[in-house]
Design a protein around this ligand. Sequence first.
Ligand SMILES: Cc1cc2nc3c(=O)[nH]c(=O)nc-3n(C[C@H](O)[C@H](O)[C@H](O)COP(=O)(O)O)c2cc1C
Length: 202
Amino acid sequence: MANDDGAFNAVSGPPLELLAGWLAEAAAAGAGDPRCFTLATASADGTPHARTVLATGVDDTSVRFTTSRPSVKTADLAENPRAAGVFHWPTLTRQVTLHGHAAELPPDEVRAAYARRSPQLRALAWVYEELGGRAPAGPGEVRPVFARHLELDPQAPPPSWTTFALRPDRVEVWWMPDDAGPPSRVRFDRVGGGWTRRFVLP
Ligand SMILES: Cc1cc2nc3c(=O)[nH]c(=O)nc-3n(C[C@H](O)[C@H](O)[C@H](O)COP(=O)(O)O)c2cc1C
């Protein structure tokens, strides 16, 4: 993407449509799993926590991810629904950041999202179910539980597995141009039913 006035217009559509397009391009570029993003939450006292999660869907209002209820992120979000997310695709030198609220969705979305996970991440969901989110004694305790569920590969998600929708009120897209120019960053803020858009320093 060239870095000139045209670049600003190149990102003129709704930002979550842009995110969906960049996800598809990252998938085509074939580096790791492009759906993984860093999710940041904070407890009621403001202590931040961040971790990688897999985006199971992007629509025009939200980015969805699935997780296990007995986890730090679900405890944080119950106390404080504000959350942030960062997608970074190093081979494309692109980044999308999201700031908004995350809320749990009804269980009917959970099954479909679970089926799209890798067998390893499906097994991990069952490890959380079996260990109830408590701290394991060590890898020796996790390994056999993980191996058993990987072999069984249950096609249904465990009851503790749930889906959240992160609904951003701010989205920023950052990219390097194709030429030798500086990178660009465009900030979208949700206002009413639409988005405002402006250039900010990268
Ligand atoms: C590539 C990758 C994908 C992951 N996907 C998820 C996911 O979709 N949901 C999830 O809860 N944890 C996922 N994890 C594990 C989380 O990073 C984290 O360790 C776990 O959710 C516990 O986080 P918490 O205790 O801060 O809530 C993933 C980890 C990696 C490295």
